[in-house]
Design a protein around this ligand. Structure first.
Ligand SMILES: Cc1ncc(COP(=O)(O)O)c(C=O)c1O
Length: 398
């Protein structure tokens, strides 16, 4: 965002919502009412755990969405789910702990976790999500090394950066492994609202979990507006209590005013309407990007078809291309993207790039992909290989 701010550039970089999906009129009306009629509370300090009426509204929203809420669960409002990732890292990860993530995974989660200096084990994903067979192998290895595994962090539905979704079978297997080895799962779910294809299972891990070992988090950033900075965590009381104490020192509480606005938006059905509109707009854009990639992208480049979410992750067919080094050239040519290496906890993925389709228009998507493909084509020399996250297990490809 820093690189592209103020420049006339096609940004396929950040995960920005299309501003057309912000329900501006509804929010303006709500904000005005919330200040004029409820200003004594909405402009005041509020509890660290969140405004209680809002937390109740959130619980109802979770139930409508099919997220199971256990009797000993509680909910805490956070300043964007990024804060939840930071609080989890600061409170639960001790030095020398091990955490398990997907390969690739959300880069800002990795950055948050890394601050607490854990060992990170990354399990490759394929079109069906995390490879659970490899997960069990790695868990056994870590146990054999007497490593303390703190949690498994996953984005099961419409994964960032690849858009793939874990099948129901894999989700069940993941929970079985968590149960067998007594592990906690952090389920990050910003994108299950945006699944574009039929027949995709979006059951949350939290709903399938019978043992209370899943901590679920989501956010208003993509379903209403990221500028409100509101996310939430649903987990057992102990977890929520630990997060609450850490949050108290971080920022006392999430802004009361935006909690009131989000609460009213939930009550009045504004959120559900915004989700529906966004889903329609993003599906068109996802299809536009897939078409542009098919038309222009160099031969042998590879990308999983995202069933949802806001991104497509492209792997270039040569380890000779470093997309981080290529970025200044692309920006000069008028297009930005996120170099893929930052999503790879194992230090690889330098030949990959994450492309966002929610923000640019379909025309910009087509032009952006065309420009990128031309830059890449000029750089392609030497051996070409089909590179997937799984390829990193095949030494002959490196
Ligand atoms: C997987 C994932 N988790 C968390 C976040 C953070 O979202 P926010 O802090 O805006 O709620 C994002 C944002 O893009 C994301 O993609």
């Amino acid at each position: 965002m820093k690189l592209t701010e103020g420049k006339k550039i096609i940004s396929l970089a950040g995960g920005l919502p299309d501003p057309r999906v912000f329900p501006k009129d509804d929010l303006a009306e709500i904000a005005s009412e919330v200040i004029k009629e409820k200003g004594d509370r909405s402009l005041q300090y509020s509890p660290t755990i969140g405004v209680s009426d809002f937390r109740e509204e959130l619980l109802k929203f979770m139930l409508r969405k099919g997220v199971k809420v256990n009797d000993d669960d509680d909910i805490i409002v956070v300043t964007g789910s990024q804060q939840a990732l930071d609080l989890i890292a600061r409170t639960f990860i001790e030095k020398d702990d091990e955490i398990i993530v997907e390969l690739p995974t959300y880069l800002a989660a990795l950055n948050a976790f890394r601050l607490s200096k854990p060992g990170i084990t990354a399990i490759p994903i394929d079109d069906d999500g995390m490879r659970i067979d490899l997960l069990e192998r790695e868990v056994k290895r870590l146990k054999w090394l007497s490593r303390r595994i703190k949690f498994i962090y996953v984005i099961p539905v419409a994964h960032n950066p690849t858009g793939v979704t874990m099948t129901l079978e894999r989700k069940k297997e993941l929970l079985e492994i968590a149960s067998k080895y007594d592990l906690v799962i952090i389920e990050d779910d910003p994108y299950s609202y945006f699944v574009y294809d039929e027949g995709v299972d979006t059951t949350p891990l939290k709903t399938l979990d019978r043992e209370g070992r899943v901590v679920y988090m989501s956010t208003f950033s993509k379903i209403l507006a990221p500028g409100l900075r509101i996310g939430w965590v649903l987990g057992n009381r102990y977890v929520v209590n630990v997060l609450e104490r850490a949050k108290q020192t971080a920022d006392l509480h999430t802004p009361t005013l935006t909690q009131f606005i989000a609460m009213e938006a939930l009550k009045r059905g504004v959120v559900e309407k915004a989700i529906e509109k966004a889903r329609q707009i993003y599906k068109v854009k996802r299809d536009a990007m897939l078409r542009a990639l098919d038309k222009y992208m160099v031969e042998d480049a590879w990308w999983p078809k995202p069933v949802g979410g806001l991104f497509i992750m492209v792997s270039l067919p040569s380890y000779d291309i470093d997309t981080k080094k290529m970025l200044p050239e692309a920006i000069k040519a008028g297009v930005a993207y996120v170099p893929g290496a930052s999503f790879y906890a194992n230090g690889m993925g330098w030949n990959t790039m994450r492309l966002n389709f929610s923000y640019p228009s379909p025309d910009e998507i087509e032009l952006g992909v065309k420009i990128l493909s031309e830059i890449i084509a000029k750089k392609l020399t030497g051996k070409r290989v089909r590179i997937t996250p799984m390829s990193f297990f095949k030494q002959e490809n490196i």
